[in-house]
Write a protein that binds this ligand. Structure first.
Ligand SMILES: Cc1ncc(COP(=O)(O)O)c(C=O)c1O
Length: 455
């Protein structure tokens, strides 16, 4: 019997019967303006058993022939099955570490096996955005190979999307344009697309303002839109959930806590778990928690106003996002709110928020247990701390916290915390460096002062 052939296509995610090929330049349903999703042929995929899928994915994990050792392309049949392998643009994304944070968990009154940190920032451009961008840029390469007009790829960004877009486009030799809110992203994030040769445009507005402009820009032919409203990105990010289960021996955690801004990633993670359950790779679903910064919390507000239970029909009113240390989630009008609400409903979800003080202390607390948490991961950790303190998350339950970026991209946050100079934060866990004279005695004094022992 010949192996089943798999195909995926765009379809309206709001229930119309609109469909399109993945090589078409289309982001929204032309009938109802809803976002699209990538629809897979689940019947064809189900012709392989769950055990066969697991064996295939395990066999390729960080080892398969190029590019199948990538965490995303190792699951190609579930992502973009019909894409020609020669058009894959990969930086070996995915395969990121899953750390067990024993000491941190115990500080929270949880068990040593309870808290796991999925380090999606340990990747080529330092954030989870690589997972989706590899799919989008590969799709563009395929389109161009088939004669579809794409002169350049553009995005609005709070810093990480632009870094990923610029790197993958540079690898593929495709021009890229990034729109950034001036002065609202970290220096590391700003310099990444500059280094990779993108056209970097700093606009005097916030992310939501950049998003408006880029959508208008991409309505003209030739400029392809790379923001996560483009569901090709979601398909790559979805593999995060599959990889997480895979790293836990094909078990799902009881809880997944994830920071949310535009809400594409939460939607993607929900989609990944649902697909695994539909195809029998896992027998249950985790509960999903979206963590927002209090300064930019439209989803939290909408869900709280409705009594705390997220349902798919909730309206999320845009807010003016205020400045937050978690700058990549300073987003007031999340494009994927509806998709995220559907995922939250299906995964019995919760939405919580965290203040600047809470996110900073939570990141520092995790750092003291060996992590190096960026402020967005700090938001997720702070929400975990709240839910553990309330008894919603209990000892013995396994929690996966999604760390979305590398802490090294946010050095100002770390330096400011330990120097006590962050706005609105009175740090509880400072560890400033000590200036000492260049003599053995001075060093011995410093060691004795800290540890009570004289070397
Ligand atoms: C570091 C980081 N964390 C979290 C997010 C939020 O992801 P999403 O916008 O998909 O909710 C982003 C991007 O916006 C990000 O760059």
């Amino acid at each position: 019997m010949s192996p089943p052939s798999f195909r995926a296509r765009f379809r309206c995610s709001d229930g119309c019967d609109f469909q399109a090929e993945l090589t078409e330049v289309v982001y929204r349903c032309p009938r109802c303006q809803g976002l699209l999703e990538v629809e897979h042929d689940l019947e064809a995929l189900a012709q392989r058993s769950a055990a066969e899928w697991k064996a295939l994915f395990d066999g390729r994990f960080r080892a398969g022939p190029w590019p199948l050792g990538s965490g995303v392309w190792g699951k190609k049949e579930w992502v973009y099955p019909q894409l020609a392998l020669e058009n894959v643009v990969s930086m070996y994304e995915g395969g990121s570490p899953l750390l067990r944070l024993d000491r941190y968990a115990q500080e929270l009154g949880l068990g040593p096996d309870d808290v796991w940190l999925k380090e999606c920032g340990v990747t080529h451009t330092g954030s989870f955005k690589d997972l989706g961008m590899t799919v989008l840029v590969s799709a563009v390469k395929e389109m161009r190979a088939r004669g579809v007009r794409v002169d350049a790829v553009a995005c609005a960004s709070t810093g990480d999307t632009s870094a990923a877009l610029a790197a993958y486009c540079a690898a593929a030799g495709i021009p890229s344009v990034v729109l950034l809110p001036r002065g609202k992203i970290s220096i590391a994030q700003l310099v990444q697309p500059i280094a990779n040769g993108a056209l970097v445009l700093e606009l005097d507005t916030d992310f939501d303002g950049c998003m408006k402009v880029v959508q208008e820009l991409a309505s003209a032919p030739g400029l392809y839109l790379a923001n996560s409203m483009n569901s090709l990105r979601i398909e790559g990010q979805k593999t995060l959930a599959v990889e997480l289960a895979q790293q836990l021996g094909w078990e799902v955690p009881d809880w997944v806590v994830i920071p949310g801004g535009n809400l594409g990633n939460a939607s993607a993670v929900g989609r990944g778990f649902l697909m695994m359950k539909q195809l029998g790779l896992v027998s249950r679903l985790p509960r999903l928690v979206v963590a927002q910064a209090r300064s930019a919390n439209p989803l939290f507000r909408a869900v709280a106003a409705a009594g705390g239970k997220p349902t798919r029909d909730l309206e999320v009113a845009p807010v003016a996002a205020q400045k937050t240390l978690a700058s990549a989630i300073q987003i007031g009008a999340p494009v994927s709110a509806r998709r995220a609400l559907r995922a939250l409903e299906a995964l019995d979800g919760l939405v919580e928020d965290a203040t600047e003080q809470e996110l900073s202390d939570a990141a520092a607390r995790a750092d003291r247990a060996g992590a190096y948490a960026d402020p967005h991961t700090g938001v997720a950790l702070a929400v975990l701390e709240k839910l553990a303190a309330r008894g919603t998350i209990r000892k013995g339950e396994r929690v996966a916290v999604i760390s979305t970026a590398h802490g090294l991209k946010f050095s100002d946050f770390k330096v400011g915390y330990h120097a006590g100079s962050l706005p609105c934060v009175a740090p509880r866990l400072v560890n400033p460096s000590v200036q000492v004279a260049a003599s053995l005695g001075a060093v011995q004094d410093a060691v004795a002062k800290r540890f009570g022992v004289r070397a």
